[in-house]
Design a protein around this ligand. Sequence first.
Ligand code: NI
Length: 170
Amino acid sequence: MIRPIVLWGSEVLEQPAEPITNVSDAEIKLVQDMIETMYKAPGVGLAAPQVGVSKRLMVTDTTSGEKKDYLFTILNPEIVVAEGEQYEEEGCLSIPGFSAPVLRPKKVVLQGVDLNGKEIVLEGSDLLARAFCHEIDHLDGKLFLDHLSFIKRDMFKRRIKKLIRQGKWE
Ligand code: NI
C-alpha cells in the first residue's frame, strides 16, 4: 500500500524517531509499504518519519529497483565509520522541487538490524553513502536543508512557505 509522503512543515519530520525494540506485523507491513512508496515516488530512500511514523527505520535502493540486491531495510541504523567527502546535489521526497549540493562522507559503514532482528553491517560509497546519511538524518529529525548555509536555508524556507500559502504544497 502506497502511503502519503509527509512534507516539510510537518512536526514528525523534525522529531528524533524512537528506536525499534520489537518487530511486529505492523513493522513488517510498514516496511512493505515504505518500499512500495519509495519505488512509486520514485526515490532512492525513505525513512519512516516521511510516512508519518516516528520510528528508526529506513529503506534505500540507489538503483530504484533496477538491480537486484540493492534494496536495504535497516532498523535502528547507526553510522560507525565515515571517511572522505563528497559534495553533490541532494533532494528529498519531503521537499519536492528543491535540491542543493550537500557535503557528505564519501564512504560510510552502517550498523543496524534487519527485520529478523539480525545485526547487519553495510558499507556504502558515493550515492549509497549519501542515501544512508540522508535517511539517518531523517531519523534524527534533520533534513538536507539543515546542512545548507543560513542564507540558502532561509531562502528555501521562504519559497516553501509561499507555496504553502498558495495551497501548492502537497
Ligand atoms: Ni529525505
